[in-house]
Ligand binder design. Structure first.
Ligand code: COA
Length: 375
């Protein structure tokens, strides 16, 4: 029997600290008006010192699991799409697995810049269709504020922090993620890059002094690339789903720049009401932008059962990606009962205790185990 991958849960987390355009105008040589007219951004969220990509991802994931009404233990796989992992290794997805107590799940990170969430969604839906997995948690999460040069006006006005998550589940009901188009062009790698901190240019006093651990970007080149691929990827994904542009109810684009979104919408001949925009409040949150936007579109009543959605993004790599989702879950969802919320709260406390015990057990094993002796 054919298997389909449906989005059955969604959640988002954004930090509470708001950084407005006017705040930025006091930090670098810019104005609120310049930022708003050139990008559409009015404010963005900035992670608190204790918040990280993993903690925000886990918060979004808990909400998604709540909506899906499934236990973290039943997850088979967790994919975190991010360009700002907590560490180069271990994967942020493993930290999320631990925070959720999703002990059965495999976990890994996916790096495809701002296209990462759609890459992960496409991969997860194919794994479900191939009968490899039943339930997959797909997260896009970023703490871009930690790699932003707050003295560089050409980049610092663009980015923000946050996380969005969806639960994908196998079903024999037709619909869900119906087509995915993924693309890359590594010849544009240097157009959007964090030059240092990897194995080519390991972090050193010199790389830090030169600011090579920050985001470096050629804005106008990325702009041209973005407009081109948003149109191309959207059309390809729709064609692959055997649909036409007229069948699309809502386009949820990567929230990088409203001028990019509007230019793409015009070339696709999609009216305003079919394009979802929330970047005025969050700026560009890279891999988190599309799942956060999807969540808000659902919560705002912009998605109905039977709708065809297109999610489309572009980013570092260079990469691009688009997917068509045929929404099959009835909306709005019934509210989760208090006792189920309490039960889940207890479940997460239990996961924290289990994680603690696992760490101690490992230490104990190291103390009591017979040392290995070579001849
Ligand atoms: N405030 C005021 N002036 C600024 C500024 C700021 N924050 N940032 C740049 N400028 C200036 C430039 O120095 C330049 O001045 P000059 O003409 O005296 O040299 C002028 O504004 C125009 O710069 P330019 O880079 O051509 O502006 P732009 O209209 O292309 O807008 C971006 C810049 C970054 C907003 C735009 O190129 C963009 O959004 N690109 C895509 C970026 C993106 O999406 N990145 C993420 C991909 S996932």
């Amino acid at each position: 029997m054919k298997r389909y991958a449906h989005i059955i849960g969604w959640g988002k987390y954004v930090p509470s600290k708001v950084l407005t355009n006017d705040d930025l105008a006091g930090m670098v040589d810019t104005s609120g008006e310049w930022i708003r007219t050139r990008t559409g951004i009015v404010e963005r969220r900035i992670a608190a010192p204790k918040e990280t990509t993993a903690t925000m991802a886990a918060r979004a994931a808990r909400d998604a699991l709540q909506v899906a009404d499934i236990d973290p233990f039943s997850l088979d796989l967790i994919i975190v799409a991010t360009a700002t992992p907590d560490h180069l290794f271990p994967a942020t997805a493993c930290l999320v697995q631990d925070a959720l107590g999703a002990w059965r799940a495999a976990a890994f990170d996916l790096s495809a810049g701002c296209s990462g969430f759609i890459y992960a969604l496409g991969l997860a839906s194919h794994l479900i269709a191939a009968n490899a997995y039943q339930s997959v948690l797909v997260i896009g999460a970023e703490t871009l504020s930690r790699i932003t040069d707050w003295g560089d006006r050409s980049t610092c006005v663009l980015f923000g922090d946050g996380a969005g998550a969806v639960v994908l589940q196998a079903s024999d009901v037709p619909g869900g993620v119906v087509s995915t188009v993924l693309g890359a062009d590594g010849s544009g790698a240097e157009l959007l890059i964090q030059p240092a901190g990897g194995s080519r240019l390991p972090a050193s006093n010199q790389t830090v002094a030169e600011g090579l651990h920050y985001i470096h970007m050629n804005g106008p080149e990325i702009f041209r690339f973005a407009v081109r691929v948003m149109d191309k990827a959207t059309r390809e994904a729709i064609e692959k789903a055997a649909l036409t542009l007229e069948d699309i109810n809502l386009l949820i684009p990567h929230q990088a720049n409203n001028r990019i979104i509007q230019t793409a919408a015009r070339s696709l001949r999609l009216p305003q009401e079919k394009v979802f925009v929330n970047l005025d409040r969050y700026g560009n949150t890279s891999a988190a932008s599309i799942p956060i936007a999807l969540c808000e579109a659902i919560e705002g009543g912009r998605v109905k059962r039977g709708d065809h959605l297109v999610l489309v993004g572009f980013g570092a790599g260079l990469t691009w990606a688009a997917t068509v989702v045929n929404w099959a879950v009835p909306l709005p969802m019934p509210p989760v009962s208090r006792w189920r919320m309490a039960l889940r709260w207890l479940r997460y406390r239990g996961a924290a205790i289990e994680s603690f015990l696992r760490r101690w057990w490992r230490r104990l094993e190291a103390i009591v185990k017979v040392p290995f002796k070579s001849k």
